[in-house]
Design a protein around this ligand. Structure first.
Ligand code: KIV
Length: 279
């Protein structure tokens, strides 16, 4: 099966087919997601929080994304791979944004980039898109601005904020974005935006009326147990399985029941006898 393209994504919306997207940060996950026909993999800057242990996405660098993007691209042969532009690698000016977007495509091997911001990012989106790099927008709660938001809160609930989100979504579409992520947006507003746009919306905490959904890998796999965001569903409970596996491993190494002959290798007895007499 050929790789998913922006045309396929547009067709999915046109045909009323929902678009599943997940984040991925490594080769093995990409292989498995590809086998499950996940059409879009996002090398998100959530990488910073769920893989690298940072407090927010703000510390993530181009090097981090390029490194993990390469791994994902090696594993994903069918999915479209979208790479996040990290904080302050595109906000300075469109030239900076184009240079870094090109790096994610050329060095990272991604097929598209994602950036955060609405109306005020439209020029930048247009310039990158004009260079032939597909751009996914991201509005609502944009985690790179968490210090300005003062917390992970639902956005666009009042008239003024809702109208701004509508303008943001429209501006991104007009600038040439091929899809727009809506994060922590009320269901009704996300539905309205999705109906107004011809390009697909991909929701996270934005309800079922979006054209697609995105989940952070560690949330959907149940790899985090301390905190499960309201917008996440655990499709597996891998943290439990991992803890059990580690505990069993420790037990079996300690009591000598691992490894057995099945996990070990033999050598010729005569060679051993020769070795044994070497002082
Ligand atoms: O980095 C990320 O994982 C994201 C998703 C939450 C959309 O941007």
């Amino acid at each position: 099966m050929p790789r998913v393209t922006v045309r396929d994504v547009a067709e999915m919306k046109a045909n009323g087919r929902k678009i599943p997207m997940i984040t991925a940060y490594d080769y093995t996950t990409a292989l498995m997601a590809d086998a499950a026909d996940v059409p879009i993999l996002l090398v998100g800057d959530s990488l910073g929080m769920v893989v690298l242990g940072y407090e927010s996405t703000i510390q993530v660098t181009m090097e981090d994304i390029v490194h993990h993007c390469k791994a994902v691209v090696r594993g994903a042969k069918k999915a479209m791979v979208v790479a996040d532009l990290p904080f302050m690698t595109y906000q300075v000016d469109p030239a900076q944004a184009m240079t870094n977007a090109a790096r994610l495509i050329q060095d990272g091997g991604a097929q598209a980039v994602k950036l955060e911001g609405g109306e005020w990012m439209a020029d930048t989106v247009a310039r990158i898109a004009q260079c032939g790099i597909p751009v996914m927008g991201h509005i609502g709660l944009t985690p790179q601005s968490i210090n300005s938001f003062g917390g992970y809160r639902v956005q666009g609930r009042d008239r003024r904020a809702g109208a701004q989100l509508l303008r943001d979504a429209k501006a991104l579409e007009e600038a040439g974005a091929f899809a727009v992520v809506l994060e922590l947006v009320p269901t009704q507003l996300a539905g309205l935006i999705s109906r107004r746009l011809t390009v697909p919306t991909i929701g996270i905490g934005a309800g079922p009326e979006c054209d697609g959904q995105v989940q952070v890998l560690h949330d959907m796999l149940g790899l985090f147990t301390d905190f499960v965001p309201r917008h996440a569903r655990q499709f597996a409970k891998l943290a439990e399985s991992m803890r059990e596996a580690f505990a069993t491993y420790v037990e079996q190494v300690e009591d000598g029941s691992f490894p057995t002959s099945r996990q070990s290798f033999n050598m010729d007895e005569s060679v051993l006898e020769e070795l044994a007499v070497i002082p």
